[in-house]
Ligand binder design. Structure first.
Ligand SMILES: CC(C)(COP(=O)(O)OP(=O)(O)OC[C@H]1O[C@@H](n2cnc3c(N)ncnc32)[C@H](O)[C@@H]1OP(=O)(O)O)[C@@H](O)C(=O)NCCC(=O)NCCS
Length: 165
């Protein structure tokens, strides 16, 4: 694989980030969402400090990770929910793992103690990536929402930082 590096996401990455987001949604197992937001909505909903992209040696964006707060309550100030999306042409090469590792380092440095994610049980790649990166399965939420008119389960995963105290 060509060398992939991780760097902070910039506004100039918007088109590629949203293209990769839409490609993931089109696969049918990434999210209840079916259409990627525009950049303004994406930008407004995700913490600036914890957005990263994976870039190839030629600078092409191959994947991204970002987080949103889960609650405005102070008790949950250090709990975030993340999304990770990799270009279909770059999957299976460890890009998601690099992004998750970068996210874990950055969030721990910033005092975030829990990262969580909701994953469809059919999303074997995402479950594998998260478990490899140290997430544990909390449980499965049954028929929690409709996707294209069909009720679907969601597996809740979390990684509680062992160093943030
Ligand atoms: C899920 C996704 C992000 C994984 O990205 P990726 O870059 O292909 O994953 P990686 O190559 O980093 O894989 C990391 C680990 O997961 C394993 N893995 C990846 N895909 C797998 C699959 N389909 N089945 C089993 N294991 C898999 C890899 O073997 C690797 O394990 P290893 O470190 O022991 O070798 C990617 O498939 C994607 O973008 N899917 C669409 C969007 C999506 O579903 N996002 C997650 C929403 S919760």
């Amino acid at each position: 694989m060509t060398e992939v590096t991780i760097r902070p996401m910039r506004a100039g990455d918007a088109a590629e980030v949203l293209r990769i987001y839409q490609a993931g949604l089109d696969g049918g197992h990434a999210s209840f969402e079916t259409t990627a937001p525009d950049w303004a909505a994406f930008d407004a909903g995700r913490a600036l400090a914890y957005r990263f992209v994976a870039v190839d040696a030629d600078g092409a964006v191959r994947g991204w990770v970002a987080v949103s707060p889960v609650s405005s309550r102070p008790v949950y100030a250090g709990v975030v929910e993340h999304s990770v999306y990799v270009d279909p042409a770059a999957r299976g090469r460890g890009v998601a793992r690099l992004l998750l590792d970068a996210l874990i380092v950055a969030t721990e440095a910033g005092g975030v103690w829990t990262i969580q994610a909701g994953v469809f049980p059919e999303n074997a790649a995402s479950l594998a990536v998260h478990e490899r990166a140290g997430f544990r399965i909390v449980g499965a939420r049954r028929r929690i929402g409709r996707h294209h008119g069909r009720w679907r389960d969601v597996v809740l995963l979390e990684r509680r930082s062992p160093v943030v105290d």
